[in-house]
Ligand binder design. Sequence first.
Ligand code: SAH
Length: 247
Amino acid sequence: MPSDPDKTRTRGIADNRDETGRPAPSPAALPNLSEELTAARDVMIDRHLAGRDITDEAVLGAMRRVRRDLFIPESVRVYSYDDTPLRIGCGQTISQPYVVAFMTQTLRLEPGMRVLEIGTGSGYQTAVLVELGAEVFTIERHDDLSLAAEHALDRLGYGDRVTMRVDDGTLGWPEEAPFDRILVTAAGPKVPSRLTDQLADGGRLLIPVGEHRGRQDLVLVTKTGDTLNREEILPVSFVPLVGADGF
Ligand code: SAH
């Protein structure tokens, strides 16, 4: 169990209920996707993901199913399926769909894997990981974002596969380690050694590394026994990772 239960919100199926004790609304009760957003979603999948180098059908299927619009503030919801990052509050952004798809495909997830995500943000990437069968542990430093993400994940029926906490994710989550996959969705000056320590043998870790707000590279670290292999695989632009092993 985590050492500080105050920071951790774990919910099981039994907790998926509202204050009256009734089960929370099922995904079937969600508002329908408008015609405009349905068309935009098709363009996102066919042109911006499959039309580029996203070839993994499971990733394409997951990104078709997850309602990105319901993770996004109402003021920018019309842009939900554009291939662009969007503001989600607290000076943070939800990543561009192509980058979410690329990172997810590069993780090579298998159902049942334990995944540590640093930077919950809107919770959208978390939902994509759950769609692919992962059990996700996700850390966010802004309480407001974590709460909004929790609400969206519960509403969409993903909550029982997610454990969340508000903390400095550069420290990892030692009580729950090792993790099969680690995904950092904010850019740091280096690969935090605490995170590679918490990676399982055969595990894969992705993190953008580079300047505070400038040029960064997505770095893939693979672990075999005690050996770490590091590869720079895509130029990217992420918000800063702020913390002990961040900026
Ligand atoms: N995966 C998110 C992207 C969020 S942007 C999504 O799909 O919406 C990156 C997030 O990382 C921001 O919310 C930011 O607050 C958070 N962050 C930055 N440094 C962090 C740290 N040290 N620990 C946890 N979260 C951090």
